[in-house]
Design a binder for this molecule. Structure first.
Ligand code: ACO
Length: 426
C-alpha cells in the first residue's frame, strides 16, 4: 500500500503519495497537485525538490556518504580507474576484462579530433577562458559528427567519442593557448596517461609518465565523476529534456560548471589562497570577511548544498595531497595556508553553526597544482571528470518512463494588467 501525505487547504484535503528510494529516502509526489488543487510549490534553488528518480549516484549529506551505482567512493578511489568508473556510471555495472578492453579500444579509436576543428581554436582570442572554449568545441562536435540517430549503437558511439575527444580538446586548448605544438593521442597510453602526455609533452622537453601522478589524476577524475542532481547535471538534464542532442546538452553542463559557486570554485580557491600568500589578505581577514553579512565575500571551497558534515571526497583528496608531499617533497606554500584556513574556519562558531566544511574544491586545486595543471585549466579538469556522470544522467533521462519536458512554473509578482501608454503621454 502506498503511504499518503495529507495536505489541507481552504477546507479541502488532498492526498499525496509518498515515494521511497532504495536507501529509505522519502518524498511527497506532487505531480498531480496542480491538477487537483490549482496549487504549485515554490522552492527557490530546488533545495527540497527531487527532479527525477535515478539509480546512478547515492549521497547522504548528513553522514558524508557517496556511492556510484552502489559502490562506495572510497573503494572506487582505492581500486578502480577513471576509465572503469566511466564504464560503471554509463552502463550501470562494472565491466568484465573483455568489456574494458573493448571500451579502451573504442576510446583510442575515437581520440583524434577532426583537423578542421583546429581553425576554431585558432580563432579564439588568446585570453579566452578554456571553459568557454571547451563548451563551444563540444557543441561544435555535433557539426562534425552530425549523423546522430536515436539508436543504441549511435548513442554508444557518440558517448565514447565524447569521452575520448574531450580529453584531446582540453589538451589542445591548453597547447594552443600557450602557442605550443599540439600533441596527438597515442594508443599505447591509458586514458590518464594520454591526457598528461598531450598536455605536457613537447618536442624539446619529452614528458615522463610517473605512475603516482597518473594515479593522482585517476583519483581526481573518479572523485568528480558524478554527484547526482547538482547544478551542471541538472542543466544537462534540463537542456536534454527538450530532446536536444547529447553534445549540446553536455555543452550546457560545461557552462553551468564554470561558475565559481560550482565547479569554478577550484580555480577561485587557489586565487583566494594566492591573495593570502601575497599578503593582500590574511587568513583571519578571509574568515572575518566570510562571516560579514554586508560583505559578499565567501570562503571559497567551503560549504555544500547537500553535505552538512564532511565531504567524503575531501578526505580522499587530502590523503592524496599527503602522499604527494612525501613522495615529491613538495613545498607548496598554498597548502600550508589552506590547512591554516581549514583549522581556523572549522573551529569557528559561524562555520560550525552554518555546517560549513571544506568541499572537494578546497584541496583539489592543490593536487592539480602538484600535477602541473595551470589554474585556469582546473575547471576543465573537473569537466573531464564529470563527463561520465553527465552522460549517464542524460542517458537515464532519455529512457525515463516519467520523462517530461522540464518546465518549472513561477509565482508572478509583477504588475497586474495595465494599458499601454503612448510615448508622448509618459
Ligand atoms: N563562506 C561563508 N558563508 C557561507 C559560505 C561560505 N563559503 N557558504 C555558505 N555560507 C553561508 C551563507 O552566507 C548563508 O548564511 P545565512 O544563512 O546566515 O544567510 C548560509 O551559509 C547558507 O548559504 P547558502 O548560499 O544558502 O547555501 P547553499 O546550500 O545555497 O550554497 C554553496 C552552497 C553555493 C556551495 C555555498 O556554500 C558557497 O557559495 N560556497 C563557496 C563556493 C564553493 O566552494 N562552491 C563549490 C561547491 S562544491 C561543487 O560544486 C563542486
Amino acid at each position: 500500500m502506498t503511504e499518503l501525505a495529507t495536505l489541507s487547504y481552504k477546507g479541502k484535503t488532498y492526498l499525496l503519495p509518498i515515494v521511497k528510494g532504495s536507501e529509505g529516502e522519502e518524498a511527497i509526489n506532487i505531480s498531480k497537485l496542480r491538477e487537483q488543487s490549482g496549487l504549485i510549490t515554490l522552492d527557490p534553488g530546488f533545495a527540497n525538490t527531487g527532479s527525477c528518480r535515478s539509480d546512478i549516484t547515492f549521497m547522504d549529506g548528513e553522514k558524508g556518504v557517496l556511492r556510484y551505482r552502489g559502490y562506495p567512493i572510497e573503494q572506487l578511489a582505492e581500486h578502480s580507474s577513471f576509465r572503469e568508473v566511466a564504464y560503471l556510471l554509463i552502463n550501470g555495472r562494472l565491466p568484465t576484462s573483455d568489456e574494458i578492453k573493448h571500451f579502451s579500444k573504442l576510446l583510442n579509436d575515437h581520440s583524434l579530433v577532426h583537423e578542421d576543428m583546429r581553425t576554431f581554436f585558432e580563432s579564439f582570442p588568446r585570453a579566452s577562458h578554456p571553459m568557454g572554449i571547451l563548451s563551444s568545441m563540444v557543441n561544435a562536435l555535433k557539426s562534425f559528427y552530425p549523423y546522430l540517430e536515436n539508436t543504441e549503437e549511435s548513442i554508444n558511439a557518440t558517448v565514447t567519442r565524447l569521452l575520448s575527444k574531450i580529453r584531446t580538446l582540453a589538451a589542445m586548448s591548453y597547447k594552443i593557448s600557450r602557442g605550443h605544438k599540439v600533441i596527438y593521442p597515442k594508443a599505447k597510453f591509458s586514458y590518464c596517461e594520454n591526457l598528461l602526455n598531450m598536455m605536457f609533452h613537447s618536442p624539446v622537453n619529452p614528458y615522463t609518465i610517473d605512475k603516482d601522478i597518473v594515479q593522482a589524476l585517476n583519483v581526481f577524475l573518479i572523485l568528480h565523476a558524478d554527484h547526482e542532481q547538482n547544478c551542471s547535471t541538472s542543466a544537462v538534464r534540463m537542456v536534454g529534456s527538450g530532446k536536444v542532442n547529447l553534445y549540446a546538452s553536455i555543452s550546457a553542463g560545461i557552462s553551468a560548471l564554470w561558475g565559481p559557486l560550482h565547479g569554478g570554485a577550484n580555480q577561485a580557491v587557489i586565487e583566494m589562497l594566492e591573495k593570502i600568500s601575497k599578503n593582500e589578505m590574511t587568513v583571519s581577514d578571509a574568515v572575518k570577511k566570510a562571516k560579514d553579512k554586508n560583505d559578499p565575500f565567501r570562503l571559497m571551497g567551503f560549504g555544500h548544498r547537500v553535505y552538512k558534515t564532511y565531504d567524503p571526497r575531501t578526505t580522499i583528496i587530502k590523503k592524496k595531497c599527503d602522499t604527494f608531499i612525501q613522495k615529491f617533497g613538495v613545498k607548496d606554500p598554498l597548502l600550508n595556508i589552506a590547512m591554516e584556513l581549514e583549522d581556523i574556519a572549522t573551529h569557528d562558531d559561524y562555520f560550525i553553526e552554518h555546517n560549513l566544511y571544506p568541499n572537494i574544491d578546497f584541496y583539489s586545486g592543490i593536487i592539480l597544482r602538484m600535477i602541473g595543471i595551470p589554474t585556469n585549466m582546473f575547471t576543465v579538469m573537473f569537466a573531464i571528470g564529470r563527463l561520465p556522470g553527465w552522460i549517464s544522467q542524460w542517458k537515464e533521462s532519455m529512457d525515463d518512463p516519467e520523462w517530461r519536458l522540464n518546465r518549472p512554473r513561477q509565482i508572478y509578482i509583477g504588475h497586474k494588467k495595465r494599458d499601454y501608454v503612448p510615448i508622448n503621454e509618459r
